[in-house]
Design a protein around this ligand. Structure first.
Ligand SMILES: *Cc1c(COP(=O)(O)O)cnc(C)c1O
Length: 352
């Protein structure tokens, strides 16, 4: 090791799902929405005043914050927006997890949590899911420096009922509890009603999945004004202008069109439930997902064999090699009905 290397912050980065560049593929590997963004988004992009790009955007992204606050029936000072929920979650880690005590999250969950903890040198203690892949509430009763988990969890898709979420929140009032609701719009129960009751609760949301805007990078946190203020102070000490003007303008259109949003999420939910029947009839086993993906395994075919066979057909899904317990599972995003028909046509051939 060179002398200067001793002073380097050396981390193992998060590895996102593959973004293949060829066009003729079926992409079911990163839980993107198979439907286009709301018509208003397309219109706003077409009629954009490009000259405005000379200027810095509004650092507070006020118009977008206002649209999000209105959508949820909250005040604007309860909303923190950023460049995807990855950005807002990283800011929340930096701002909230400074006790020196380990933060708690599940052993099988969104694999960015331990990456941020390592980056910011936050100690953590992973809590194993039970034999049914459920988050055990009692694991979150011990002393800790904060708590984060997704609801529904990823990559299992399993949603925790609101009373169990509240139990964890109410038992940890001396630390910040973050519920990552990236997939909540596909059928789980949101922790939003708890915000009025608990000032140590943060809820993270994203436009990437249910609002078809992964490419725009928009995410937000909801919490009490004081806590949101602390996160703003950290953000403004880091980079004032994270949200670009295009993202602000298009995000407003996406959150305003509730009818389109509900129609898309409903279609995805219906396709998911139909896909469950298809997987079942092909002998797959899977967890009861309330998200826009299914976590599936087959007793007679290993995930390691299915994954490359699918890829050869131009169908991309996600395979996690770690931890060992999920090595034989594939996470398959819910695409359009047509895309899923193609997937099942392949499986019918592959399995027989
Ligand atoms: C996709 C995802 C995110 C990140 O979403 P972005 O807004 O695109 O950064 C955060 N948490 C979970 C659990 C996710 O699956």
């Amino acid at each position: 090791m060179k002398a200067w290397e001793k002073n380097i912050r050396s981390v193992i980065p998060y590895v996102p799902g593959e973004q293949p560049q060829q066009s003729e593929i079926i992409k079911l590997n990163t839980n993107e929405n198979p439907y286009p963004p709301a018509p208003g988004v397309v219109e706003a992009l077409r009629s954009m005043d490009v000259d405005l790009l000379r200027r810095y955007p509004d650092p507070s992204a006020h118009d977008l914050v206002k649209a999000i606050a209105e959508y949820h029936g909250l005040q604007t000072d309860q909303v923190f927006v950023g460049v995807g929920s990855d950005d807002v979650l990283a800011m929340a880690f930096l701002t909230c997890f400074n006790s020196g005590k380990p933060i708690l999250f599940p052993d099988i969950t969104y694999s960015f949590y331990d990456v941020w903890a390592n980056l910011f040198r936050i100690p953590y203690d992973k809590q194993p899911l039970d034999e049914d892949f459920l988050i055990r509430s009692k694991d979150y009763q011990k002393e800790n420096g904060g708590i984060i988990f997704p609801n529904p969890n990823a990559p299992t898709g399993i949603a925790k009922p609101l009373d169990e979420i509240e139990e964890i929140v109410s038992q940890n009032q001396n630390v910040i509890v973050i519920i990552d609701e990236a997939y909540i719009d596909f059928g789980g129960e949101s922790a939003l009603p708890l915000l009025a009751k608990y000032d140590h609760l943060l809820i993270a949301r994203t436009f990437s999945k249910s609002r078809s805007l992964a490419g725009m990078r928009i995410g937000y946190l909801l919490g009490n004004p004081e806590l949101i203020g602390y996160i703003h102070n950290c953000k403004y000490s880091f980079n004032s202008y994270t949200m670009n003007q295009t993202a602000i303008d298009l995000g407003i259109e996406a959150i305003r069109d509730d009818a389109y949003f509900l129609a898309c999420t409903q279609k995805i939910i219906e396709t998911r439930e139909w896909a469950k029947e298809q997987f079942r009839s092909l002998g797959f086993e899977f967890l009861d997902s309330k998200a826009n993906f299914l976590f599936v395994t087959h007793p007679n075919h290993s995930a390691e064999d299915i994954f490359p066979a699918l890829k050869k057909e131009g169908i991309f899904v996600r395979h996690f090699k770690n931890p060992k317990r999920i090595r034989n599972y594939l996470r398959i995003s819910i695409g359009t009905r047509d895309e899923m028909e193609t997937l099942f046509a392949f499986f019918k051939r592959f399995i027989s």
